[in-house]
Write a new protein. Structure first.
Length: 1000
């Protein structure tokens, strides 16, 4: 584990070193914004302010708005109205001013509140006086110990100037929920206001009403004593003087602007991380490294360490710039530098994990980078809303906002600025703030929690949305016991229906396996099923295949056949749904770590690091496979020599041509003596010389190795493949040597003739059928004729070719030639048979409707059925139809797709079991015709092929359709039928060629 982590760290640091500009930018961007702050600091130095003294204010003065002329008098309201005493006291309060008040009473507080909320006249209520006493009758006296509450308008009425000039954030309230100002300052609060500014106890009339009410209550209890005492007495209030202090306008500015600068300084780090990780995913580099044995946690850990180191350097420089005094002043003069460092590092860590999280949502690097920058900036915007409503937010709401790391960072800067303004600075002893309040310590904890949450989201999204080539887990995978125990959930028996290999219809198409070779890969009943909602797709179905050491096994199949899925299972990238796979004796579900050390994988498309050299690639992957660091240089040199890449040793992979990149991919698979090689189209994109060199290299290295080769080059499979396996629709169709497959699927030799103008196709066909009666016309397209000549007729080829050459001018043949069956033809034949659902060796002839053949010949007149591809057992249930001129067939098959079906030989002149002896095929039912179904000139229907055995050729037909092409001929006595049976005769009568017609 540690070894792989070290290799990944080495790789990541090399990549960062190669991208010098990006790496420098990653560190300089935070420094650039820090230097902007330093510049502001040097141009906004703190100032020493002398002591401030204030004027005294008479508390008996009413607000100015009470003296404005109105149609309605202002009101004083008291509770409870049941007491005449309270009414008298309230009236005394009103009379103590030179403004006339209307006195109203309410019996209870709810009625008073209802009046304030619903009555339009309530606008003129200056104050409500609520006495906390119960009065049983109107004459009950007021107790000596009086308790009352003054209720004024929630919104101040006479403090507009104070509202515009004050820096407090409780402009529209009395601030009664605060023990201390939310934004404390070394400067005096409301510097230019002798009354103290907001909330305006003097300007709103609160002090005047309170003073008048106190005098009225004292006068009620001691009328005589208080009269003399209050005469000539005036009460004044005066603000405490403010001592000399430091005025630092920069701290106030930084409180609002510094969070934005700090966020922008880290956005570059975030974008670089997102781009690097998303680029590895886009180029499938992460997937490839996982195949080579890298665990997912190692990949993330390596990127975190590299990113953390970059962030650590940036944070260290920023802390020095913020806390170091320049010209006897620093940005943060009073705070502990270590605490500033921890705060910035916590934010940097959260930013790294935020980048990890964003990278998992996107598959393309440029999209991820652009989206990541936008999302990162958007997460800062909620702080702007929070600044305008900070005092109204609850403790838990503030914690909730901190789930966005940018908001948590901004609140942390707010606390630093507040403590700097106080002059104490942020220290370890005061990070907890006051009990029950949101504080800086909670900001630090939330930044750490954000890192954990972002990392968890990244892991979850990667599991549920792994991308193009991964296997998504259910959204609820984390509650599944199998996820924590590491045990796969077995599929139901309805999904996995394992076939019996001995009774399999394809068993005769699997060549007997060698007994003297060791099995390198053993696949037993492998299934891979993908589930999408309620739907399922079986990518690999009951695959059983053995690959042997010292052999190259070529795996062929069209796109979607299951080759790549099989390779992914073998490399451990995806788990099998069912079945067992053993590689060098290790089972993949239990021992994948050991297996990966011996597996070399060459993917279809080159998966290389653009900024690593050829030698670095080979060294990196060799050590991932377990090769020691000391032996690595020698192994790299040996592989460079084998690949003829010695002169490209120090070239970056992005500078290599396509063919050289392909060679490097093959070298990565071969290096470190991989015992198992999986090569997916290794020579694609290479020139002929390079392909031949790679073929020789693979032949040299296949001893003591198990090689699985997938390719679309049939000649490559034919030449390199000791065994060739062909897959279609997720199933193995056949497996064996190329010679074995050609024998099973080959139709014989293909003879192609190029026609001249005025060529006689009928004469050419007549000549070929004369020499080889069971030849088959495969196609007649344009100027080319193609015939299939069975292998068993090889002794007659010489005479045929001789006569064709002698009569070439007469027949109008420009040229002709013959070729053997190729692997490409075998591959096409296998896929056609698979697409048409035609089972080899057990071909099911479609039902032919009705009961009788022409002339009443019953079913038992069918002598035998032959196929160009294989023999068909006799005794199949076949029904026939009666056609107007030709024996016709109605073909029905379960799937679409053309297929060359079979030859049907009819016994038309013998008597079958249970058939009347007089049932003979009447000649007038057979009308010879050309390829368009027209009667040939000079023929007499009554004298054509009497008592001959017709042979029907089923040609290309469409499944589900009743139309197909029928080619027929009559065999004369003494010849052979298409199967070589002399009993049936062979060859057309003299002067007659093959006729053809379209069946109904």
């Amino acid at each position: 584990m540690v070894r792989n982590l070290k290799l990944l760290l080495w790789k990541n640091f090399i990549l960062k070193k190669r991208k010098t500009l990006v790496t420098v930018l990653e560190i300089l961007m935070p420094l650039l914004f820090s230097m902007i702050v330093m510049y502001l600091r040097l141009n906004s130095l703190p100032k020493k302010i002398p002591p401030v003294n204030y004027l005294a204010i008479n508390v008996s003065l009413l607000p100015d708005f009470l003296y404005f002329p109105t149609h309605t008098r202002y009101q004083l309201v008291y509770v409870s109205s049941k007491s005449e005493t309270l009414k008298a006291i309230t009236e005394a309060v009103g009379k103590s001013f030179d403004v006339e008040f209307e006195v109203l009473g309410h019996s209870s507080v709810p009625l008073f509140e209802n009046y304030i909320l619903q009555d339009p006249k309530a606008f003129f209520v200056l104050a409500g006086i609520v006495f906390d006493h119960t009065f049983n009758d109107s004459k009950q006296p007021l107790p000596l110990k009086v308790k009352y509450r003054l209720r004024f308008s929630y919104t101040q009425r006479n403090s507009l100037i104070a509202q515009l000039t004050s820096k407090q954030d409780y402009v529209d309230s009395w601030g009664t929920s605060f023990l201390y100002p939310p934004n404390p300052s070394q400067e005096p609060r409301a510097l230019g206001h002798s009354d103290g500014g907001l909330p305006g106890y003097s300007n709103e009339g609160f002090l005047a009403i309170q003073h008048a009410l106190d005098k009225a209550i004292m006068h009620y209890h001691a009328h005589n004593g208080t009269t003399e005492m209050f005469e000539g007495l005036s009460v004044l209030v005066k603000r405490f003087p403010h001592g000399a202090h430091i005025q630092d306008r920069l701290l106030v500015t930084l409180q609002n602007e510094f969070p934005l600068l700090l966020m922008l300084s880290f956005i570059c780090i975030e974008l670089i991380i997102i781009n690097s990780i998303a680029l590895e995913k886009e180029k499938k580099l992460k997937e490839y490294m996982c195949m080579m044995g890298v665990d997912n946690w190692q990949h993330w850990a390596a990127w975190f360490i590299v990113s953390f180191v970059s962030a650590l350097l940036a944070v260290s420089f920023m802390t020095v710039l913020f806390c170091t005094q320049v010209n006897s002043v620093a940005v943060f003069r009073n705070s502990d530098p270590s605490l500033i460092f921890v705060f910035l590092l916590s934010f940097a860590t959260a930013t790294v994990f935020f980048a990890f999280m964003i990278s998992t949502f996107f598959q393309k690097a440029h999209v991820a980078t652009a989206s990541g920058g936008i999302i990162f900036f958007l997460t800062y915007l909620p702080y702007l809303y929070l600044t305008f409503s900070y005092s109204q937010r609850t403790h838990f709401q503030k914690i909730g906002f901190c789930l966005l790391s940018n908001v948590a960072m901004a609140l942390g800067v707010r606390f630093i600025s507040i403590f700097e303004i106080r002059g104490t600075g942020l220290q370890w002893k005061n990070v907890g703030g006051f009990s029950g309040e949101f504080n800086f310590c909670q900001v630090l904890l939330m930044l750490l929690l954000d890192s954990v949450l972002y990392g968890a989201v990244a892991g979850y999204v990667e599991a549920v949305l792994p991308g193009e080539h991964g296997v998504p887990k259910p959204w609820y995978f984390f509650v599944m016991p199998s996820h924590w125990r590491g045990q796969p959930v077995p599929l139901t028996q309805s999904v996995l229906q394992v076939a019996d290999p001995d009774n399999s219809p394809k068993s005769k198409l699997i060549q007997e396996e060698p007994t003297n070779l060791k099995k390198g890969i053993e696949i037993q009943h492998l299934y891979k099923v993908y589930h999408t909602g309620k739907n399922k797709h079986v990518a690999v179905k009951d695959l059983t295949l053995n690959l042997y050491q010292g052999q190259i096994t070529a795996l062929l199949g069209h796109n979607g056949a299951g080759k790549t899925t099989t390779c992914y299972v073998l490399t451990g990238l995806i788990p099998p749904s069912s079945g067992c796979v053993y590689i060098n004796g290790y089972e993949i579900s239990r021992n994948m770590a050991q297996i990966r050390k011996s597996v070399g994988w060459c993917p279809q498309h080159d998966i290389l690091f653009d900024d690593l050299t050829v030698a670095e690639h080979l060294s990196f992957y060799a050590q991932l496979k377990g090769l020691s660091r000391l032996k690595c240089p020698e192994e790299v040199q040996r592989m460079l020599h084998a690949l003829s890449l010695e002169d490209k040793r120090d070239s970056l992979s992005r500078c290599l041509s396509g063919g050289l990149r392909r060679k490097l991919s093959i070298g990565i698979a071969l290096i470190a003596g991989s015992k198992v090689l999986m090569l997916d189209e290794p020579t694609s994109g290479m020139d002929a010389v390079s392909r031949r060199a790679i073929w020789d290299l693979l032949q040299q290295h296949k001893s003591q190795r198990t090689v699985l080769l997938t390719t679309h080059f049939m000649d490559e499979a034919d030449l390199l493949g000791d065994r060739v396996a062909i897959m279609a629709k997720g199933e193995l169709q056949c497996c064996g040597s190329s010679l074995f497959l050609k024998q099973k699927y080959g139709a014989g030799y293909y003879m192609t003739l190029v026609k001249k103008p005025h060529c006689s196709t009928e004469k050419i066909a007549h000549l070929i059928y004369h020499h080889i009666p069971n030849a088959v016309l495969q196609s007649s397209i344009g100027e080319e004729l193609t015939f299939i000549l069975p292998k068993k007729s090889m002794p007659r080829f010489a005479s045929l070719f001789t006569e064709l050459e002698q009569r070439q001018v007469e027949l109008g043949i420009a040229s002709f030639g013959a070729s053997v069956t190729t692997m490409e033809e075998v591959f096409i034949r296998v896929n056609k048979l698979t697409d048409s659902s035609t089972e080899i060796q057990t071909l099911k002839i479609p039902s032919i409707q009705s009961h009788h053949l022409i002339g009443g010949v019953p079913v038992n007149r069918i002598k035998r059925i032959h196929s160009r591809i294989f023999s068909i057992p006799s005794g199949l249930p076949i029904h026939h139809n009666t056609g107007p001129h030709l024996p016709t067939v109605l073909c029905h098959a379960p799937e679409k797709g053309p297929v060359l079906l079979a030859q049907l030989v009819l016994d038309a002149h013998g008597t079958g079991p249970g058939a009347p002896a007089d049932h003979h095929l009447q000649p007038h039912h057979l009308q010879p015709g050309n390829e368009h179904g027209q009667r040939a000139a000079g023929t007499d229907p009554e004298n054509v092929w009497p008592n001959r055995r017709p042979v029907l050729y089923f040609s290309q037909f469409q499944a589900g359709s009743s139309a197909f092409t029928v080619f027929y001929r009559h065999a004369s006595g003494g010849g052979t039928d298409p199967s070589g049976d002399p009993e049936l005769g062979g060859g057309p009568p003299p002067g007659q060629g093959r006729g053809g017609a379209r069946g109904l």
